[in-house]
Design a protein around this ligand. Structure first.
Ligand code: ATP
Length: 520
């Protein structure tokens, strides 16, 4: 697994991802996609849209009906009536527990600050607990195996250890230390000089507030959407009434979402502005468990089909105590990032919670009407919902990490992004071998022909080996080189990125040859 520093540095060097407003010192939690990055992210979103919506042709695995179920798209506004967020539960409950350090002014998510006590184990197995100071470090609550110790912590621990010579040090999690005033007073925060500087955790709502219109009072408050999903729910009836869809069917949406995360970190993984690709799939209550399993598998397999390595991708079913009160099931697609295994996408069985909330709050009847149902009682009902909710930025980052390789070709090291051709920002590069003898003219003609079909890059500068390596780093799957034989025999070489193998083919065959392999 490559280090995050290498990925971040490649992203900056080659123009995948930059810090937002960098010349002014940046803005924490916001990122800009450069010329290569924007293509990668667009390709990922396009692949999602094509596979889930536009080219969707999946038959009804669960109901057994031979025709494909409906999948339609939507693009709802970022700003919505604030009642949406009251009904959805976001105004009341979309918050993370936050603690502040009064000394260092650092701010933490309480559930991401691990607190632990020291214990000393004697040779005979006897354990002495040291209860003078508790130590807090960024890490998952309750877990102590991967805590990062800060230097002042290490010094203090070393001096405590002196009084327990011959015994082995171990750490024990103290899960609820921050909630308990007595225990909190003993906690030494990261970077703090003395214990007791952390505040009690308090709920911090993650929605960005803004005002709509000229008056900045309470009546004009609304929020930047923290997810795209609610835009789908509030349009459920509009779509049913206009799109000729029948349950089971899904509505998909791709777009920006905003969350005022307490601690944005791990590059684009946790940002304050990001993009989601979400589906709300509406089905009958008695089929929801089957559809839930169907979507879980389908979404997991989607990443594999785009070339993600199976050993890095996991499908994790949530434990019962992790589930929201209304949810009947939830699974995460997780990826082994260099900073640890983390969520790419969540697939949740949300029952009829969202439609019911909006029906109650808006007073509008959001029930689905099934005109083919013979039983009059059963004709109107609130469908249940399966929600596969993916992040485009997390997806793009995972594909970058997965594609990053350093290998040796002909005795020279190279960095190569082994991106699936559908995701690759540039599909083909065209080079004249040398900048003379009519080769640039010929290469430009080929470039122009191919450019009508896909994203092609022309490069005539520098040694051919360096030009290949520049494209390897950008993830370009094919390089076409025009040489002396092109002018005499009408053939070019096509070099494949991962194997570096070259084949000679006729110029006239080039477009279908590449098109087949690129999927364009
Ligand atoms: P986390 O637990 O990591 O905060 P979450 O469970 O709150 O994520 P959801 O509300 O299920 O996330 O959002 C669905 C998807 O949206 C996530 O799987 C992720 O891909 C993406 N996402 C959520 N928050 C962020 C963020 N701050 N930055 C980037 N992507 C995000």
């Amino acid at each position: 697994m490559e280090s995050m520093e290498k990925i971040v540095s490649l992203c900056k060097r080659r123009g995948f991802i930059f810090q937002s407003s960098e010349i002014y010192g940046g803005l924490n939690g916001a990122w800009d996609y450069g010329p290569l990055g924007v293509e990668l992210k667009r390709n990922l979103k396009q692949a999602w849209w094509d596979d889930m919506i536009a080219h969707h042709d999946e038959t009804q695995a669960v109901t057994g009906a031979p025709s494909p179920f409906g999948m339609v798209g939507l693009d709802s506004a970022l700003l919505m009536n604030p009642k949406v967020w009251e009904a959805s539960g976001h105004v009341g409950g979309f918050s993370d527990p936050m603690v502040d350090d009064r000394e260092t002014r650092a701010r933490y998510r309480a559930d991401q600050l691990a607190v632990f006590a020291l214990e000393f184990v004697a040779a005979d197995g006897g354990v002495t607990s040291y209860d003078g100071v508790l130590f807090a470090a960024p890490g998952e609550i309750g877990k102590t195996d991967d805590v990062e110790l800060f230097e002042p912590h290490r010094k203090r621990i070393a001096s405590i250890q002196k009084n327990h010579a011959g015994k082995q040090l171990r750490v024990a999690a103290v899960p609820n230390a921050l909630q308990d005033e007595m225990l909190r007073a003993k906690v030494l925060a990261p970077g703090a000089s003395a214990p007791g500087t952390l505040t009690a955790p308090r709920a911090f709502n993650l929605m960005f507030k803004t005002h709509v219109g000229a008056l900045e009072d309470n009546s004009s408050i609304t929020y930047l959407r923290p997810e795209t999903a609610q835009g789908i729910f509030v349009n459920f009836k509009n779509v049913c009434d206009t799109a000729r869809v029948r349950v089971p069917f899904g509505i998909g949406q791709v777009g920006k979402a905003f969350r005022n995360e307490i601690n944005p970190r791990n590059f684009t993984f946790r940002s304050r502005e990001f993009e989601q690709m979400e589906i709300e799939f509406f089905c009958r209550a008695n089929e929801s468990a089957d559809w839930y399993r169907y979507w879980r598998e389908r979404r997991y397999n989607w990443y594999l089909a785009l070339g993600m390595r199976r050993e890095n991708l996991h499908l994790r079913e949530h434990e019962k105590d992790e589930l929201a009160h209304y949810a009947a099931g939830c699974a995460d697609v997780e990826y082994d990032f260099p900073f640890g295994r983390s969520e790419l996408e969540g697939i949740a069985n949300r029952a009829d919670f969202d439609l019911r909330q909006h029906m109650q709050t808006s007073g509008k009847d959001l029930r689905y009407f099934d005109d083919q149902e013979p039983d009059e009682q059963a004709r109107r009902y609130l469908p249940h919902v399966i929600e596969p909710s993916a992040g485009a930025d997390r997806g793009a980052l995972a594909f970058l990490c997965d594609a990053y390789h350093e290998d040796e070709i002909g005795g020279e090291m190279r960095t190569v992004l082994k991106l699936h051709p559908r995701l690759a920002p540039i599909k083909t590069a065209v080079f004249p071998l040398v900048k003379k003898d009519g080769m640039p003219e010929k290469a430009l003609a080929i470039y122009r022909t191919l450019k009508r079909h896909f994203n092609v890059y022309y490069d005539e500068k520098g040694a051919i080996g360096r030009r290949y390596r520049r494209q390897d780093e950008a993830g370009t799957p094919f390089c076409v080189t025009v040489d002396g034989d092109t002018l005499t025999a009408g053939t070019v070489t096509v070099r494949e990125r991962d194997s570096c193998e070259q084949v000679r083919i006729g110029v006239s065959e080039l477009q279908p040859y590449l098109g087949d392999r690129i999927g364009a």
